[in-house]
Design a protein around this ligand. Structure first.
Ligand code: PEP
Ligand code: MN
Length: 361
């Protein structure tokens, strides 16, 4: 049972919570930016008659099979999730870029400087990698987290990295600005609950075989823990096609945007698995209305320890930014680039800290 309160009046919320508890529900209170909710779990929804008529109650949902908190109606104007200085889901296009895995200090620093100088809004890099084969590189672990954090600090970029184990959350929290829940973990319910309690934004990737409805219910798990800062990411699904690693489902963008208030990113790197397809699909994703992109960029993709085939070179990342810019403008989005006067001038990396944002281009 989910109860939405008309306002945040304490006395009303308390009375409703105690009526729900007396009816046998385990009650939690969710103070979300788009409303105060009382959630009753632990029994089938056949109790608590009369709660509808208690003072302060707006509505009661007893038949919640689909997402309630993630539903667009909860917040028709759309949620904006703070990630560094830029709200994801606002007018600015989010650009989360960096290597698949953190491999060493020079690699992550070089990637960070470059993507920062060409407009990335956050730095990505995996330290704990979910690899299909147990013999593949599994990531640098804690050392990778420290390198990622240092590269983020050096460039002023917030950092995003994947969490695989709920028990890692506390130790990771000092290193990361945003947790990524990977495609393979989309229905790892303990992990979803953990990131729901971790007090940081979450990029939730769609499972390769998950329907959009399952994807939204996974997001609902995070919201239900009181964390409103969920960013969805379409990253390709399994189909019969073998020419690409996955099939990037761009249908997901308008369909999710209609169904939920949460921001929607697209990852054309995992969505295609092919370097030559990343930029065209990035353009298409922006045209489709994505709130941003998550892209793999490596200083030397040929020698990458993971996902080299789909990683852009630094020069290709710069081309991606140049090519999505007119598309973004055409659909009413902005692409902010620090020190825009230097954009395209080949003057190399600069840090964002202290320089502020440059002009909008
Ligand atoms: C990644 O972002 O490097 C990754 C492993 O992504 P996914 O979970 O979408 O496969
Ligand atoms: Mn990857």
């Amino acid at each position: 049972m989910i109860v939405h309160m008309k306002d945040r009046r304490e006395a009303h919320a308390r009375a409703v919570a105690s009526a729900m508890a007396s009816a046998g529900f385990e009650v939690s209170r969710l103070d979300l930016p788009f409303g105060l909710f009382l959630v009753g779990l632990g029994r089938e929804d056949d109790g608590g008659e009369g709660i509808e008529s208690l003072p302060g109650v707006d509505w009661v949902r007893r038949d919640a099979k689909g997402p309630v908190l993630a539903a667009r109606e909860r917040h028709p104007e759309g949620s904006q999730v703070p990630l560094g200085g830029i709200p994801v889901g606002g007018e600015d296009l989010a650009l989360i870029a960096g290597p698949c895995s953190v491999e060493g200090r020079d690699q992550i620093r070089t990637a960070a400087r470059f993507v920062a100088s060409y407009g990335a809004t956050a730095l990505r890099g995996g330290a704990f990698k979910p690899r299909t084969s147990p013999y593949s590189f599994q990531g640098l672990g804690k050392e990778g987290l420290a390198l990622l954090r240092d590269a983020g600090r050096a460039t002023g970029l917030p950092v995003v990295t994947e969490i695989m184990e709920p028990s890692d959350a506390e130790a990771m929290a000092t290193y990361v600005d945003c947790f990524q829940v990977g495609a393979r973990s989309m229905q790892n319910f303990p992990l979803l609950r953990t990131v729901g309690q971790a007090g940081k934004p979450v990029v939730l990737k769609r499972g390769p075989s998950a329907s959009l409805s399952e994807f939204l219910l996974a997001a609902e798990y995070v919201l239900l823990q009181g964390n409103p800062d969920v960013i969805l990411c379409e990253r390709g699904i399994k189909t019969f096609e073998t020419a690409t690693r996955n099939t990037l489902d761009l249908n997901a963008v308008p369909v999710l945007k209609a169904a939920t208030h949460l921001p929607v990113l697209v990852d054309p790197s995992h969505g295609t698995g092919r370097q030559d397809a990343v930029i065209p699909m990035a353009r298409a994703a922006v045209a489709a209305g994505a709130d941003g992109l998550l892209v793999e960029v490596h200083p030397d993709p040929d020698h990458a320890l993971s996902d080299g085939d789909q990683s852009l070179t630094l020069a290709q990342f710069r081309r991606l930014v140049e090519e999505i810019r007119p598309v973004a403008e055409a659909v009413g989005r902005r692409l902010r680039v620090p020190g825009a006067s230097r954009f395209g001038a080949g003057t190399g990396p600069r840090t964002r800290r202290g320089s502020g944002w440059g002009a909008l281009i």
